[in-house]
Design a protein around this ligand. Structure first.
Ligand SMILES: *Cc1c(COP(=O)(O)O)cnc(C)c1O
Length: 426
């Protein structure tokens, strides 16, 4: 393979049909931001829109804005936008609460369904390397319900679909490694074994094409502040297959999920469909920012949508892998992300036996922002994690990130004490 040059990367940017989409964002000058998988960047429209909500809709409209400014419908309106990114239909998604809370709602509904349809099934299966909050929520619910949480390695999922299992809960793209499951195949295997599926799309929505309907998934949740660019702590989302949506109350049966909240009836009657998955009053400032983030993704529909974003994302991650292997060889880095396109999300993770945290800190000091995820010291090593958001990352950014990584490693500057002090958030 010919060695790629900076010139070559600039040519790729010049030919990139999606390059204009970057102008939707306010990226700090000089920063190479490879952490959109943790916190998406600020869209240009957001500050003015949030200011408008504060000064006009809240300041002037006051309580009237729940109707006149469309506040009351915002969770469904944002949900319909998200639906277009994840292969769901209108009125099937709501934006609300956090990923953790939405997971609690859908896991509870799934366990209720299993208790009624297949009472002998009392096990919930997930991956040991799933994002911890998903495992904690599942563990808490299992304790309450007298169910068992069984954690397996990814290669053991097929054999773990046994007759005691009620629910299979997976994160579509693994947060540490970027490995992606085949949602349709896994869902089909689970269904064939009589098991419901719950998918976490935190690292998928806005990052890779998702087809919840086509995969016949049962439940899904996802995150608003990662690839959806909704801002820190943005509302998350929840989808329930229409065939299940009306079957159960969700456990956090607040008034926003009531069929007629403004009847102020003392009895709870769930709204039909996905609306019952709302709980209480929504954070309108955050909801407005989330909608601005979603609009940056929907703008890509003019250029081929998620399929075009996916093609660019794979080109970016392929290039990053190739350049790291050429330019940072013999530096103790190993690829922790699958090379196979069908198994790769929109991030690349590099494992290193030692120094991963300090190397990431040294890169951040050079304005190349990725992040560090701790291993368990046994099966999983520490990793350096780089997210590639095709809406605003270009090929020269990839070149620059690898060049800075090369310099940090070759000079040994990461060994300086200031890069070895741990912060609260990594
Ligand atoms: C980011 C992420 C979350 C975040 O949950 P919050 O409730 O927003 O804190 C949950 N699950 C997965 C898989 C994630 O990647």
């Amino acid at each position: 393979m010919t060695r790629k040059t900076l010139e070559h990367c600039r040519q790729l940017d010049a030919q990139d049909p999606l390059r204009e989409l970057r102008h939707q964002f306010d990226l700090p000058p000089g920063v190479t931001y490879l952490d959109g998988n943790s916190l998406g960047v600020l869209p240009r429209a957001t500050a003015a829109r949030v200011a408008e909500v504060v000064t006009q809709e809240w300041g002037q409209g006051l309580i009237r804005s729940w109707n006149s400014a469309g506040w009351f419908d915002a969770p469904r309106r944002a949900g319909d936008k998200i639906a277009r990114l994840v292969g769901a239909g209108p009125n099937q998604v709501v934006a609300t609460d956090s990923t953790s809370i939405n997971l609690f709602k859908v896991l509870s509904a799934a366990l209720n369904m299993a208790r009624e349809d297949t009472p002998q099934r009392k096990t919930l299966v997930s991956e040991r390397s799933n994002f911890p909050t998903d495992l904690y929520i599942a563990e808490a619910l299992c304790r309450e319900r007298g169910c068992t949480l069984k954690l397996v390695e990814p290669e053991q999922i097929a054999e773990s679909l046994t007759p005691d299992v009620a629910v299979l809960m997976l994160t579509h793209v693994n947060y540490r490694t970027g490995a992606m499951h085949d949602m349709a195949a896994v869902s089909a295997a689970a269904h064939a074994a009589g098991i419901l599926t719950v998918w976490d799309l935190a690292h998928s929505a806005g990052a890779v094409p998702v087809d919840l309907s086509g995969a016949q998934a049962d439940f899904a949740v996802g995150c608003g502040y990662k690839y959806l660019n909704g801002g820190p702590g943005a509302p998350a989302f929840v989808w329930v297959a229409p065939r299940h949506a009306d079957r159960f109350w969700q456990p956090l049966a607040g008034w926003w999920g009531h069929i007629a909240p403004f009847d102020f009836s003392p009895d709870y009657q769930p709204a039909p469909g996905i609306t019952r998955y709302l709980c209480g009053t929504q954070p309108m400032l955050s909801m407005a920012a989330l909608e601005c983030g979603l609009d940056t993704l929907l703008a890509a529909e003019l250029f081929g949508g998620m399929a075009a974003l996916r093609a660019k994302s794979l080109a970016l991650t392929d290039l990053f892998i190739e350049l790291v292997e050429q330019r940072c060889a013999d530096q103790g880095l190993t690829l922790a992300t699958p090379r196979e396109h069908a198994q790769r999300g929109s991030q690349v993770c590099l494992a290193r036996a030692a120094g991963a945290y300090a190397i990431v800190q040294a890169l951040i000091a050079r304005d190349v922002i990725g992040d560090f995820r701790a291993g368990d010291g046994v099966a999983h090593p520490d990793i350096l994690r780089f997210g590639f958001t095709p809406l605003y990352i270009g090929f020269e950014d990839v070149w620059n990130a690898v060049e800075q990584l090369r310099q940090v490693l070759a000079s040994g500057e990461w060994q300086q004490p200031e890069f070895n002090q741990k912060h609260a958030v990594t």
